[in-house]
Write a protein that binds this ligand. Structure first.
Ligand code: C2E
Ligand code: CA
Ligand code: CA
Ligand code: CA
Length: 274
């Protein structure tokens, strides 16, 4: 039994080493891909809840490892954050997104920002410079950020946010409802918009209490001048309920999946009167 136990322990250690090696290899591959600009950006439409016309797009990063194997953002974004690669990846995505948005006047462009980027003292000036270089109005840009950093380091978070807002950029509170968010605490930061996480929409469908939670959240946010976007809308029923709750913008597979810049351009073009 002792022998078997030791065998298991050794096997476990070997696995841990393999994990570490695999992670290290993935980190190197990601760093190299970012350095070569081999990160794609796709765009998902965001529509007005009322008439369902496109008012904006969210930029989402894509990485095909070795040019072929897709690695989910939920894997490579945390890796980029933990290794500092985000300091190069973030600006790359912002630049690509702003350059695409230049072709889409009237359309808002939303970009995800990691707390790790918010922590970087150069971030606000760097972001504003990228937007200026792309030649788009800062007011068309919304940076989406999750609550974490606002709770960990509220003083510093507010400074960064104020600097960005002074530059004309909008800030949205992303993934609301996915964490342990206290809306009462978060309201004081003056976010321009709230995005409620897909999990809230799903919970709203599953129980009466879930529905009441969603309704109350949207009512409270809007009463503090935070219009609400619902993400992860997959069905007509969800869209109708979210509109009824007071969300003014909707995003999800029901309206469109993340797509290439070219496909997005074709979707937007018919809307523009020339
Ligand atoms: P997120 O900010 O919550 O972005 C929305 C995610 O939900 C995207 O996943 C999108 O493809 C997915 N989604 C959209 N509509 C639906 C729907 O109707 N149903 C379902 N089930 N999912 C839907 P994706 O592209 O895999 O990205 C995952 C997360 O990775 C994002 O979540 C965001 O937090 C992060 N991320 C992606 N790109 C970037 C980036 O450039 N920078 C940073 N910092 N984070 C990024
Ligand atoms: Ca987002
Ligand atoms: Ca996010
Ligand atoms: Ca989300």
């Amino acid at each position: 039994a002792k022998h078997a136990g030791r065998g298991r322990a050794m096997h476990y250690e070997v696995l841990m080493d393999d994990d570490r090696d695999a992670r290290r290899e993935m980190e190197d591959a990601l760093r190299a891909a970012v350095a070569r600009g081999e990160i794609d950006v796709v765009f998902q439409p965001i529509v007005r809840a009322g008439d369902r016309t496109i008012c904006g797009v969210e930029a989402l990063a894509r990485w095909y490892r070795g040019g072929t194997v897709p690695v989910p953002p939920d894997v490579f974004i945390p890796l980029a954050e933990a290794t500092g690669v985000i300091d190069a990846l973030g600006p790359l995505v912002l630049k690509r997104a702003c350059e695409a948005a230049r072709h889409w006047p009237e359309i808002g462009i939303s970009i995800n920002v990691s707390p790790a980027q918010f922590r970087n003292p150069y971030f606000p000036d760097q972001a504003l410079a990228i937007i200026a270089a792309a030649g788009i109005e800062p007011s068309r840009v919304t940076l989406e950020i999750t609550e974490g950093y606002f709770i960990q380091n509220p003083g510093r978070a507010r400074l960064v946010m104020d600097r960005l807002k002074a530059g004309g950029v909008r800030i949205a509170l992303d993934d609301f409802g996915a964490g342990f968010s206290s809306i009462g605490y978060l309201i004081r930061f003056g976010f321009d918009r709230m995005k409620i996480d897909r999990s809230l929409t799903v919970a709203a469908e599953q129980s009466v209490k879930g529905g009441a939670m969603l309704q109350a959240t949207v009512a409270l946010a809007t009463s503090f001048d935070m219009p609400v976007t619902a993400e992860g809308v997959e069905t007509a029923e969800q869209a109708a309920f979210l509109h009824l709750c007071g969300c003014d913008q909707l995003q999800g597979y029901f309206f469109g999946r993340p797509m290439s810049e070219k496909a997005m351009g074709e979707l937007i073009a018919p809307q523009i009167d020339v």
